[in-house]
Design a protein around this ligand. Structure first.
Ligand SMILES: NC(=O)c1ccc[n+]([C@@H]2O[C@H](COP(=O)([O-])OP(=O)(O)OC[C@H]3O[C@@H](n4cnc5c(N)ncnc54)[C@H](OP(=O)(O)O)[C@@H]3O)[C@@H](O)[C@H]2O)c1
Length: 327
């Protein structure tokens, strides 16, 4: 497994990480045994970066991770998030008292003395104009409760504003073949400040695995069913905000480009790793087979220029009109 340096922290992390939302909740039924096996498979394959959040399964994802790491006696880099426990997303909710409470809960769930990384979990845009919140995080860092902090954002503009705060070591943002805007606007700035970039939703919620069809159905408890139109949270988190049928059509255009004996999922992950500014891509995996297969993307050779150009063309023609102005 190849590694990249996690920005100013200096920590080496695997290029492919593990997104632990799916093993917590909102993806239909995932039993704990399968979830743990998926995480074990990722770690066996050399993954050393795990992304979770205090709200995934209301702490269940964090607890599962703690259990697996205890069994293995390993300490990979574990990034969690805070902020979504608020009943309503308002800047005043990000008080020192609330942040302290959420962070202490994550410390208990993850069973550690210090959290490696806490990311503000897609807070309201206005928060990035409230320096005091970053001051609170500095205090929690000084108290030794967190080693570092970063942000998880919906929009490129939020990412650009967030990295003005010198304590922000990382930005998590949706970046995949169907979400190319961060590359043009944000990556250069992140590199200049040595900010780590975590590429989330790298498979566009599984769409970029190429396995879905028009008649594919999802469980009622799967956000790909209940959040198709943004009913529960930002619609951009589900299929990257690309209308399902539009995505399927574009996926059909991608199929002939996936060369050799690789899978479309690995191809999609390798595309992300073509960008040096990306530190780690964090595919979610619900089975050990998916986790193992995804980790293998790091070993693929670089994609040829013609393929990169064709992927840009497909994005510009089919996808861009649906996402580029929004996120
Ligand atoms: N606001 C935020 O900060 C935020 C929001 C969203 C996500 N995230 C983070 O980003 C991570 C990744 O995003 P995501 O999980 O939403 O989406 P994703 O990684 O784009 O898609 C994950 C889904 O794709 C399918 N899949 C994975 N590997 C596959 C493979 N090899 N072959 C075929 N299908 C495969 C699985 O679904 P099925 O098997 O069910 O089809 C899996 O649950 C999350 O786990 C979470 O850690 C953060």
């Amino acid at each position: 497994m190849r590694t990249r340096t996690f920005g100013r922290t200096g920590r080496a992390v695997s290029e492919i990480g593990f997104g632990a939302w799916a093993i917590g909740a909102s993806w239909g039924q995932v039993d704990d045994t399968a979830a743990k096996q998926a995480l074990h498979a990722a770690l066996d394959a050399g993954v050393t970066f795990i992304d979770t959040a205090d709200v995934y399964g209301d702490g269940h994802s964090e607890q599962l991770i703690a259990g697996v790491l205890k069994e293995r006696g390993e300490r990979p880099y574990v990034a969690t998030k805070a902020g979504r426990r608020l009943p309503k997303q308002v800047v005043e909710g990000y008080s020192l008292e609330n942040l302290t409470g959420w962070i202490e809960r994550s410390l208990r769930n993850l069973d550690v003395e210090t959290l490696d990384l806490v990311q503000l979990h897609c807070p309201p845009t206005d928060l990035y104009y409230h320096a005091e919140v970053f001051g609170f995080l500095d205090r929690l860092k000084a108290q030794g409760k967190i080693r570092d902090y970063g942000v998880s954002v919906e929009r490129v503009e939020e990412a650009l504003k967030a990295i003005e705060f010198p304590g922000v070591v990382s930005v998590q943002i949706i970046f995949n073949i169907f979400r190319q805007r961060p590359a043009g606007l944000f990556f250069e700035q992140a590199r200049k400040r040595d900010v780590a970039v975590i590429a989330r939703v790298p498979l566009a919620s599984g769409l970029l695995s190429g396995k879905f069809r028009s008649d594919t159905t999802f469980e009622d408890t799967d956000h790909r069913q209940f959040n198709r139109n943004g009913e529960a949270f930002d619609v951009g988190e589900t299929f990257s905000g690309v209308p399902y049928e539009v995505g399927l059509k574009a996926v059909d255009r991608l199929r002939p480009l996936v060369g050799g004996d690789t899978t479309m999922a690995r191809f999609a992950l390798r595309w992300i790793l073509m960008f040096d500014a990306v530190t780690v891509a964090i595919p979610g995996a619900r089975t050990p087979e998916q986790a193992k297969s995804n980790a293998a993307a790091a070993a693929l050779p670089p994609l040829p220029d013609e393929v990169m150009g064709e992927l840009q063309r497909i994005y510009d023609e089919d996808i861009r009109p649906h996402v580029h102005a929004r996120w």
